[in-house]
Write a protein that binds this ligand. Sequence first.
Ligand SMILES: *[C@@H]1O[C@H](CO)[C@@H](O)[C@H](O)[C@H]1NC(C)=O
Ligand SMILES: *[C@@H]1O[C@H](CO)[C@@H](O)[C@H](O)[C@H]1NC(C)=O
Length: 453
Amino acid sequence: MMHPAFLLLIIFTDGTFSKEACSYQDVVDYLNLTTDNSLFKMTRPVLDYRDSTVVKLDIILYAILAVIEKTQTFIPFVWVLTMWNNERISWDPAQFCGITQISIPKEMLWKPDLFIYEMVQKNDSPLNPYMRVSHDGTVTAEEGIKVVSTCKMDVHKFPFDTQSCNITIGSAIHGVDEIRLFPFSNSSRITQFSQELIKSQGEWEFLHQSVTSLNFTFGNGTWETLRYTLIMKRRPLLHVTNFLLPILFFLILDLASFYIADHRGEKLGFKVTVLLAISVLLLILNDILPSVSHKIPLIATYCIVTFALMLLSLLETILVTYLMEKDSASQAKLRLRDDREVKQETVTIKNCNTEEKKQTLCLCICKASDESHELMPVAQEVDTSIQSVESNALLLILEELKELQNILNLHLGCRQEGGKSGHWAARINKAFFIFYVATVSLFLSFIIFSWTT
Ligand SMILES: *[C@@H]1O[C@H](CO)[C@@H](O)[C@H](O)[C@H]1NC(C)=O
Ligand SMILES: *[C@@H]1O[C@H](CO)[C@@H](O)[C@H](O)[C@H]1NC(C)=O
């Protein structure tokens, strides 16, 4: 009687034994694949050199790592799948327990020398060390590549732009008669793949990917290449909140500053501050955008026109302030002259002389004249009713008052004359405000229209 555990051991060892008979190593040994076998490594794996090697490939977008407008650099992470036929490799799966494919280190077999034309930096992403070999000789390799590539970007509509960047892949030395390149999947299929695989897109939204075959001729040789075009759209939200809105807010502040009462240049100071704030934002813009000479980006137009409008409004404020200064200066001069006249006439307008503020002079005179107007009928009443010795004195006072009234009338004339430039200032202010609001709304609608179409 056998112990059940012993029986189990027999079955177990028997099982492992039969598995050992079907190892991958048998296939490798059968193929004579060794690390120093030059037959597999050195030359293109065709039995007749006149046959071309057909390489099928797919490039799938895995991540958009960076898009740098300033240096026109596009850095995606792509997954490159390549497939070709090695005519020296084949085995019958029936002889090897149905093994149809094995994986072997990449350096054991010949690989097509594909490279990306736009790539400007060596690939430093981790390498996948194996590739897959099928029993019919089909070799499949997969590789993730961080492609640091140049891409001509059009930033005219920044930040509402759509960029399209190319990844052109081809053999470095094998011409079209040696290596033929074909896309494994068509454009819509790889777009679908990429949309499923894509992990990070940053500020970009991946839209579409397409593939076209191109023949590149140089000298006597022709190379076949595949051009993958990646189309992506920028997500503008961050730039809108960080840049466009602040400038718009400053513009609104500048508009609102027309309602600041202009005393001692406060308005002027405010406008200069707003203008300085805009120039700080312009420095940020300088960091983002490349200096392309052929077409000015809309955002630069937006900034520079806003800046110019605010500058214009600052100049207008300076003009108005100047006119008002001139106005009050002429009034001050008049006041000096009046003071002298008043002294000559020996009439004292006490409350007016004690007034400190220059601008209130005319007003004060006006008030005084109003008072004198009220005084006249009373004086006349006094004149007619009281016929006494004191009436002579009153008449004298009346004479003085009449004299005073004449002087005041003169002053009223002066007030209209002196207020001329002040009046102009108000007019200019109003006209400019209307012009400013109209220009700003026209310009903003133009910019929004250009950005959206
Ligand atoms: C492997 O090498 C042996 C002798 O070196 C040869 O007989 C055999 O045909 C080779 N196998 C293949 C698949 O070429
Ligand atoms: C490139 O050249 C090959 C071989 O001459 C030809 O079969 C293929 O159609 C060409 N491709 C293009 C896009 O012209």
